[in-house]
Write a protein that binds this ligand. Structure first.
Ligand code: KIV
Ligand code: ZN
Length: 387
């Protein structure tokens, strides 16, 4: 039997914090509806106390989207929590996400406080949030750099205070995958009451390890992944939803299942990229322009014989019609023949050899060979043959 992994999407909160990515309420509703169709379990819709616009967006998303839980972020501050509860008033399923920094660096420099006082503030915030909603998620900001023994004390205290989900963020993207996995395991093994709550991972990508850390956390007992579309988020971004969903779809032996309708992935990736004016890097896993593009002759030949030679995911599974065989100076005859066939031109071996020679000359000069170029090449050979 598979275990369910809850997908918590924070595109509209952590993702939207990125400079230049701000959306208006109508655009946020559009993304929230697409997230609902995609099958995410929880949508973090915003940080209501941060601005009137964010407050309004959480209200309107709560009205427009009914299947997922709508979550609002707060600091461990009573007024933040009160405002978040107000913003969530129309949500069918609602969650308040409150928390505080727990690393020594946050305690000393951000709060000028002590470890004991931070536990008191964390507990007070959870108890206050419980007055408004049943579902209270607690985040231990900078948990990645928080000493495990102390983190376990914080977590035990907030679980006792009524938290239903415990979020362990690697806020600065510092942890190594093994270390992050051990952190989750340590909490599973050392916190009283931990089996009654869900542990969440929230990883940042400063060292390019957000997805690896998330997967390690899940394999060690976390059951909620906090993610964004295209991995957008503060600085180098957050863990990308599409990577986590496709990793567990590809590795069925891990017996972890999500509710994500993966065929909707590409559509929402394009939508978020264009609404936020944030291009996706071409070599981005799953949704990048080159994720299913084959350009070298050896790979093209292999894929044309059997897709699985060089593809571990069927592009249709993520909503892309088909892979692409890109024509470059590294392409072989098989790729040219394939493209010509798609364009309705079948050449015998001799003509293909000649066309291929010309094609290589052109490809050395011109990086992008498009269908017009190819047709122009064979047009030449056809007319030569006609003479
Ligand atoms: O990265 C982080 O620690 C956060 C928290 C507010 C959950 O985004
Ligand atoms: Zn974050």
């Amino acid at each position: 039997m598979s275990d369910k992994l809850f997908i918590f999407d924070t595109t509209l909160r952590d993702g939207e914090q990125v400079p230049g990515c701000q959306l208006n309420t109508v655009e946020k509703i559009q993304v929230a509806k697409a997230l609902e169709e995609l099958g995410v379990d929880i949508i973090e819709a915003g940080f209501p106390v941060s601005s009137p616009g964010d407050f309004k967006s959480v209200v309107e998303i709560s009205r427009a989207v009914t299947w997922p839980t709508i979550c609002a972020l707060t600091r461990a501050v009573e007024n933040d929590i009160k405002v978040a509860a107000e913003a969530l008033q129309y949500a069918k399923h609602k969650r308040i996400h409150t928390g505080i920094g727990t690393s020594d660096s946050h305690i000393k420099y951000k709060f000028n406080s002590t470890r004991e006082e931070i536990i008191e503030r964390a507990v007070a915030a959870v108890k206050y949030a419980k007055k408004y909603v049943e579902d209270v998620q607690f985040y231990a900001e900078d948990a990645g750099r928080t000493d495990n023994e102390y983190l376990a004390r914080v977590v035990e205290a907030v679980v006792k205070a009524g938290a239903t989900v415990i979020n362990i963020p690697d806020t600065t993207g510092y942890c190594l995958p093994e270390e992050f996995g051990q952190k989750i395991r340590f909490l599973k093994e050392n916190v009283r009451g931990i089996d009654n709550v869900v542990i969440a991972t929230h990883c940042h990508n400063d060292l390019g390890m957000a997805t690896a850390n998330t997967i390690s956390g899940i394999l060690n007992g976390a059951r909620q992944a906090e993610v964004t579309i295209n991995g957008i988020g503060e600085r180098a971004g957050n863990t990308s939803l599409e990577e986590v969903a496709m990793i567990f779809k590809s590795h069925r032996e891990k017996n972890i299942e999500t509710n994500i309708n993966t065929q909707k992935i590409y559509g929402i990736s394009r939508m978020v990229s264009s609404l936020m004016n944030m291009p996706v890097q071409p070599n981005k896993a799953i949704v990048g322009r080159n994720a299913f593009a084959h350009s070298s002759g050896i790979h093209q030949d292999g894929v044309l014989k059997n897709r699985e030679s060089y593809e571990i995911i069927d592009p249709k599974d993520v909503g892309i019609d088909e892979n692409s065989i890109v024509l470059t100076a590294r392409s072989g005859r098989a790729a040219l023949k394939h493209r010509l066939h798609i364009l309705g031109v079948d050449l015998d071996k001799e003509k293909l050899d000649k066309a291929y020679e010309d094609f290589l000359k052109l490809a050395d000069r011109k990086k992008d060979i498009n269908d017009d170029d190819v047709l122009m090449l064979v047009g030449k050979h056809r007319s030569e043959n006609a003479r």
